[in-house]
Design a protein around this ligand. Structure first.
Ligand code: IMO
Ligand code: MG
Length: 406
C-alpha cells in the first residue's frame, strides 16, 4: 500500500493527467480536493484521448473509486456532461465508483455570469470558479448536501434573485435568464444526486484498509490562492495544504510528486519572469502544442524558472520529481534556466548547450543525449530532489523511470 499526491509545481498544465493515469491503474482510491472544471487533464490510453475537467483521472482505468472532495466546486451541468462524455467513450461511471462530497460547493450559472463580469483582467477559464469560492467564504454558498435535503432549488432561486437585483443595477452585461437556469439546475441536480455522499467516511475507510491512494491536484502551485501570484491566481488551495482541508482526512503521503514541465507555461494574465515573447517562445508553444485543454487559449511559454520552483518545493515538500515534456526541447541551440533574479527582478540565467537528437519515446535513460542529461542533472541538483521519472512524449509508454514509483 502507498499514498501518493501529485501536484503541479508551476502554473498548471504540467502534465498531471498522464502521471495520474499511470498511477491510477494501481490505485484503489483517487481524490480531487480542490478546484472545479477549470482543470483540463488529458489522459491518453492507446489511441483514445480523454479530457477530464472535474472527474478524477482514476475513472478511466475502471478500477479505482474516485472522490470529488469537499474542497472542490462542482458545476452540476458540466458534471453531467462529463459523465455522459465518458460513458459515450465506453468508460463505466456509476455512483459506486464516483463520489461527490456532500460538503462540496455548487457552481451555478450565476457564478459563470459573475466570472465574466468580475474577473476579466485575470483571464480566468470562465467556469465560475472564483465566484463559487467567493460565496463559500461569504457563507452564502450552496452545497451538494442541499440537493440531498431538498433545499437546492429554493436556495438557488434566492441566490439568483439576490444577485440579479444587484447585477441589473451595476453591470451592463445582461443577467442570465433565471427561469431557464432554474430548469437547468433542477435537471442537473437530479443527475448529480446519486453521486453525493459524506466523502470523509469513504476516504477514511480506504485509509484504514491500507488501500493505495492517490490525491490528484489541479492547477499549479503558483495559482494557489495563498501562495500564487495573487491576484492572478485561481481561488483554491492548489498546494499540499489544500489536500488536507479539501478532503478532510489526514494522511502521510509516501510520495509527494511535483510535476515539473521542462520549461514554463502559463495561461491567463499575471507575472511570468522567464516568458519569451519571441520566436523561441513561439517554437516552444508549437513543439509542446501549448494550447489550453479547457479554453483552447494559446499558453504563454518561457524557459524553466528554477528559482521559482525552489519556492514551490519549500511549500509542498516534494520528494519525487516527475519531469514532463522533455521531448519538446530537442533542436534548440541552447537552453536556459533561471537560477536567480537580479535587483530589478529580472531572471539570471544559466545556459546549457542544446541537443539535436529526438528524445520522444525514449524509455532508457542511457539513450538520452549527453547534453540533455546535463540539463536534467542540474535540475535535480538545484532542487535537491530526485527526478523519479521523465516523460518523453504524450503516450502512456513514453516514460523513463529513474526511481521506482510503486
Ligand atoms: P490544470 O489543472 C492552467 C488559470 C486561468 C487563470 C487563473 C484563474 O489543467 O493545470 P480560474 O478559472 O481558475 O478562476 O482562473 O488560473 N487556470 C489554469 N491554468 N491550468 C489549469 O488547470 C488552470 N486552471 C485555472 O487561466 O489565469
Ligand atoms: Mg490544463
Amino acid at each position: 500500500m502507498a499514498k501518493y499526491i501529485v501536484l503541479g509545481a508551476q502554473w498548471g498544465d504540467e502534465g498531471k493527467g498522464k502521471i495520474v493515469d499511470l498511477l491510477s491503474g494501481k490505485m484503489d482510491l483517487v481524490v480531487r480536493f480542490q478546484g472545479g472544471a477549470n482543470a483540463g487533464h488529458t489522459v491518453i490510453i492507446g489511441d483514445k484521448k480523454y479530457v477530464l475537467h472535474i472527474i478524477p483521472g482514476g475513472i478511466v482505468s475502471g478500477k479505482a473509486t474516485n472522490v470529488i472532495g469537499n474542497g472542490c466546486v462542482v458545476d452540476p451541468i458540466i458534471f453531467s456532461e462529463e459523465v455522459k462524455y465518458l460513458q459515450d467513450k465506453g468508460v463505466k461511471v456509476s455512483p459506486d465508483k464516483l463520489i461527490v462530497s456532500s460538503q462540496a460547493h455548487i457552481v451555478t450559472p450565476v457564478h459563470k455570469y459573475l466570472d465574466k463580469v468580475l474577473n476579466k483582467k485575470i483571464g480566468t477559464t470562465g467556469r465560475g470558479i472564483g465566484p463559487a469560492y467567493g460565496d463559500k467564504i461569504h457563507r452564502t454558498g450552496i452545497r451538494a448536501e442541499n440537493i440531498l435535503d431538498g433545499s437546492f432549488i429554493d436556495r438557488f432561486c434566492e441566490h439568483a434573485g439576490n444577485y440579479k437585483s444587484i447585477c441589473d443595477q451595476v453591470y451592463d452585461e445582461p443577467f442570465i435568464d433565471v427561469d431557464e437556469a432554474v430548469a437547468e439546475m433542477e435537471k442537473a441536480g437530479k443527475y448529480l444526486k446519486p453521486y453525493i455522499q459524506d466523502s470523509i467516511e469513504v476516504i477514511y475507510g480506504f485509509l484504514k484498509k491500507g488501500a493505495n491512494i492517490l490525491y490528484e491536484g489541479a492547477q499549479g502551485t503558483f495559482l494557489d490562492i495563498d501562495h500564487g501570484t495573487y491576484p492572478f491566481v485561481t481561488s483554491s488551495s492548489t498546494s499540499i495544504g489544500g489536500a488536507y482541508t479539501g478532503s478532510g482526512v489526514f494522511m502521510e503521503f509516501d510520495k509527494r510528486i511535483g510535476i515539473v514541465k521542462a520549461y514554463t507555461t502559463r495561461v491567463g494574465e499575471g507575472p511570468f519572469p522567464t516568458e519569451l515573447n519571441d520566436a523561441t517562445g513561439e517554437r516552444l508553444r508549437k513543439n509542446g502544442n501549448e494550447f489550453g485543454a479547457t479554453t483552447g487559449r494559446p499558453r504563454r511559454c518561457g524557459w524553466l524558472d528554477l528559482k521559482l520552483l525552489k519556492r514551490s518545493f519549500m511549500i509542498n515538500g516534494f520528494n519525487y520529481i516527475s519531469l514532463s515534456k522533455l521531448s519538446c526541447l530537442s533542436g534548440f541551440e541552447k537552453i536556459l534556466a533561471a537560477v536567480d533574479y537580479d535587483s530589478k527582478g529580472q531572471p539570471v540565467y544559466k545556459e546549457f548547450p542544446g541537443w539535436e537528437e529526438e528524445v520522444e519515446g525514449i524509455t532508457d535513460i542511457s539513450k538520452l543525449p549527453a547534453n540533455c542529461v546535463k540539463y536534467i542533472d542540474f535540475i535535480e541538483e538545484y532542487l535537491e530532489t530526485p527526478i523519479g521519472m521523465i516523460s518523453t512524449g504524450p503516450d502512456r509508454n513514453n516514460i523513463i523511470f529513474k526511481e521506482a514509483l510503486f
